[in-house]
Design a protein around this ligand. Structure first.
Ligand code: ZN
Length: 498
């Protein structure tokens, strides 16, 4: 079982400066390694008869060290011998770059200050980025700047006591012991991370004696819940309950506060101390929002996992949802563009980011796994158009927040109907031994559209105003005119009747 525990560190001034210095150096090394890999890859196309442009070794298909993930070997060692079999193999780019590290320390002696496992992990970090790219779950690795490179990892020599954590070459660092480590766990790694309010450490701990959590067999699943994500209501459950969206960063007050602080930052002189202070203020606010959201999501995830033995959520493509609107070119005037609704979309995108559905479902997944429950993501296609009762698909069944089936008359909140469809899909995938029956609710009389009245037809409905009028004492003179005129009128009517 592998777990992660995070603590806030209490380093002294010296340790803080050291850690910040390390981050800068490691970033430079990361960027150097990335540039090296790109250069060696490009060299394939221009190298001519050489296998390596730097060492000018002659090209030969057997000795050529260049492959799609290659690196320049500064030590000249491109082969490794497997100890067990004695087999000779080409080193991978990662291995080449790790063997380059001693050379780096000779050329740039200040790198000696950094713990060697930290440097190795830094190379591995780049390899992980490449692996993610090649397996299709990440973008191509980018060069890092100060804003997106803020951490380093130790793998050996970590010691933890109640008061302090020992990290090689940084020494004993005090920390806020907010959560005691479970007994019997071995520390696998420690990642130090710089945040707006200081340094944090994440300990990865493992206990092989504790088995990973067993998953409930499909036959024993008794309850299933489907979750539909939204913006006004964050989560709609198939059991009919809804959870409000607290809008941590898009509520009026926070937006206003952020606006004020960002404006103040933008008006400060560049590279000034005041600008730095203003920047800290902005990032602190962002951090506060994140903390609030995280705390809320963990609590919500806990409640959601309690609901059933199996939890089904929709597999949303959020980056596609947040795409910019297509540009509209003016046909009459070349080079001119028509409004395309992007300014409205921006607000929606902001709300989508604020809701952060993916991180919520990730938390649900984690907690469900911990309790041995089944967690599944299903395709949400057409879930808002299909009737969860009769499976009739019709676009017109939905009108904003209401869903009334045009086929069978089933009616429900549109999002809850979608959650029920998600639940059904999950049941189909796993074939749980439960019948997913939905109570048939016909549209009652009152919800039907009122009958269209003819021009002279009176509505049978009596308004309160009419009642009041009728209750008032009636005057004696119901017909206009004097008595003689009244008599005339009466005669006219009786003549007509005859
Ligand atoms: Zn229906």
């Amino acid at each position: 079982m592998l777990l992660g525990y995070r603590y806030k560190l209490k380093p002294n001034k010296e340790q803080t400066l050291k850690a910040l210095n390390w981050i800068d150096m490691l970033r430079a090394n990361y960027n150097y390694n990335l540039a090296d890999r790109e250069a060696t890859y490009q060299a394939r196309f221009i190298q001519g008869e050489y296998c390596d442009l730097k060492s000018k070794s002659v090209a030969c298909p057997l000795s050529c060290p260049i492959s799609s993930n290659s690196a320049t070997s500064e030590t000249g060692e491109v082969y490794k011998v497997k100890k067990k079999t004695g087999e000779i193999k080409l080193k991978t780019a990662e291995e080449i770059q790790i063997t380059n590290l001693p050379v780096l320390k000779q050329v740039r002696p200040w790198y000696k200050e950094i713990d060697s496992t930290v440097l190795q992990q830094n190379v591995k970090r780049l390899q992980t980025a490449y692996n993610n790219f090649f397996t299709g779950c990440g973008r191509y690795p980018k060069f890092k700047n100060k804003s997106n490179f803020k951490s380093f990892t130790f793998t050996t020599g970590i010691k933890v006591t109640e008061q302090a954590i020992y990290l090689p070459k940084l020494g004993w660092i005090g920390y806020f012991n907010s959560r005691s480590l479970p007994e019997g766990f071995k520390i696998k790694s420690a990642t130090v991370r710089l945040k707006a309010d200081g340094l944090y450490v994440t300990l990865k701990i493992e206990d092989k004696a504790v088995p990973s959590f067993p998953v409930i067999p499909v036959e024993e699943v008794k309850t299933v819940v489907g979750l539909d994500m939204g913006i006004t209501q964050l989560v709609h459950c198939s059991d009919g309950s809804q959870y409000k969206n607290p809008k941590h960063s898009t509520n009026k007050r926070t937006r206003q506060l952020l606006k004020v602080r960002q404006r103040s930052l933008s008006r400060k002189k560049k590279y000034s101390k005041n600008r730095r202070k203003a920047r800290v203020k902005v990032s602190r606010l962002h951090q506060k929002i994140t903390h609030r959201r995280e705390a809320f999501q963990w609590e919500l995830a806990k409640q959601l996992t309690k609901k059933a033995d199996a939890i089904i959520v929709e597999d949303l493509n959020i980056s596609a949802m947040k795409k910019r609107c297509a540009i509209k070119e003016d046909v009459n005037q070349k080079g001119r563009f028509l409004p395309n609704g992007q300014s409205i979309k921006r607000g929606l995108n902001r709300s989508i980011s604020d809701a952060s559905w993916y991180s919520l479902t990730k938390k649900v997944e984690y907690l469900a796994g911990k309790q041995g429950k089944i967690f599944e993501r299903v395709n949400p296609r057409f879930t808002s158009q299909i009737c969860s009762c009769c499976r009739h698909q019709d676009k017109t069944s939905r009108s904003k927040e209401k869903f009334i089936c045009t086929n069978c008359g089933y009616h429900a909140d549109a999002d809850i109907n979608a959650a029920r469809n998600i639940k059904k899909r999950g049941i189909e995938i796993h074939s749980f031994p439960i019948s997913c029956k939905v109570k048939i609710q016909m549209v009652p009389e009152d919800f039907r559209e009122p009958k269209q009245l003819g021009l002279f037809e009176m509505s049978t409905f009596e308004s309160t105003e009419g009642k009041r009028r009728r209750a008032a004492p009636q005057s004696k003179r119901r017909v206009p005119g004097n008595s003689a005129r009244q008599l005339e009128l009466f005669e006219d009517i009786s003549a007509n009747l005859a």
